[in-house]
Design a protein around this ligand. Structure first.
Ligand code: AMP
Ligand code: MG
Length: 340
């Protein structure tokens, strides 16, 4: 199969619609990362998404809809706090989990009776969703466990010959996946952190919880996606906390002496220290938004330029850095399924 990369035009949108209506998948840009989109009502399309990504079949998908889509088609109940959240964040990197009407394919939520829904703000994504008019499930357009894609070229690298069309909407500005927030309980619960922070949610609705599964107790997790190694570059990694930057420098020196191709990913303030010892460096940036935007691009760059990547965690841990840190830690873990 030939994989076309097309700018978003009336023609390419019509082509995308045709593919979606015949049960195929199309890669689409969003403001977070690129997604691999398919018709949420169509079992065959949903199955194809799991297959082509190699995604574990207990990791549910998010349904994406355009901003005027009638949610009552797909969600059964919306608590008042969720209405407030939707009013405050009508579109953007926030996914809300609701009780489902069960109208989408049962494969979407992997047997759960809930449905995760997001309205992306990216103009190209909106144009595509308007054109198709139906909910589109769209997990990140990468082979499962690999780094998420923030450009059409990243998607092409993972899926050349496996999907017919990539709609090219430029580089993703957000850079990490949406915040996933469960809206089935008394108060909203963040299942995955992202660009909409706990503080932003609390400002709108007051109380908000953050979910961390206690894996030691064999608890059934609310958001199976949190279990998996994810976002990983195809090179070895060593992760250091910002407090241990000196150890990271010593590790660089020791590892590079052994003739390995080593590179370093760290925030801007450490770059000079690593360059002094001759390291190839990847600059994550100097502020939170920059670090989120650059993260995946640099992890993909790392796999091109080195065999071992030394990563220093950013110093700041609050706000959107929670999401950045969570991605970095998962990218650098050696376990395939966490807490096993
Ligand atoms: P991705 O599609 O790779 O961005 O991942 C989607 C994330 O949303 C994963 O962490 C899933 O576990 C989570 N998710 C999707 N649907 C649900 C749902 N119905 N309930 C809880 N979490 C969900
Ligand atoms: Mg993903």
């Amino acid at each position: 199969m030939q994989t076309l990369i097309q700018p978003i035009t009336t023609e390419s949108l019509a082509q995308a619609k045709e593919i979606i209506e015949s049960g195929g998948v199309v890669a689409i840009p969003t403001e977070t990362v690129y997604g691999l989109g398919g018709n949420a009502f169509d079992d065959t399309a949903v199955k194809k998404i799991f297959e082509v990504k190699g995604r574990p079949n207990n990791n549910p998908l998010i349904a994406h809809v355009h901003k005027d889509y009638d949610l009552s088609n797909i969600i059964d109940y919306e608590p008042p706090y969720a209405k407030k959240l939707r009013a405050a964040f009508p579109c953007g990197p926030l996914t809300l989990v609701y009780p489902s009407t069960g109208k989408v394919s049962p494969l979407v939520s992997c047997g759960l009776n809930t449905l995760a829904v997001r309205v992306p703000s990216h103009e190209g994504a909106q144009a595509f969703l308007k054109t198709v008019g139906i909910p589109i499930v769209a997990p990140s357009a990468n082979i499962s466990r690999h780094v998420s894609p923030t450009s059409a070229a990243h998607v092409f690298d993972d899926f050349e010959g496996k999907i017919p069309l990539i709609l090219d909407g430029g580089e993703c500005q957000g850079g990490i996946e949406s915040t996933v927030c469960d809206c089935t309980g008394e108060i909203p619960t963040i299942l995955r952190s992202g660009l909409v922070t706990r503080e932003m949610i609390e400002e709108v609705v007051g109380a908000c919880e953050e979910y961390t599964p206690d894996l030691s107790k064999g608890e059934k997790v609310k958001s199976p996606g949190v279990l998996y190694k994810h976002y990983a570059p195809r090179c070895k990694t060593m992760l250091f906390s910002a407090k241990n930057v000196k150890n990271a420098i010593s590790a660089y020196v020791a590892e590079s002496l052994e003739n390995k191709e080593v590179a370093v990913l760290c925030e801007e303030k450490w770059i000079k220290d690593f360059q002094k010892v001759g390291a190839k460096t990847l600059n994550l940036g100097k502020n939170q938004a920059e670090m989120a935007t650059r993260l995946y691009k640099l992890l993909r760059e790392a796999e091109r330029i080195c065999k071992l990547l030394i990563v220093v965690e950013p110093t700041e841990k609050d706000g959107i850095m929670k999401g950045v840190l969570n991605r970095l830690q998962k990218a650098c873990t050696s376990e395939d399924v966490l807490g096993k």
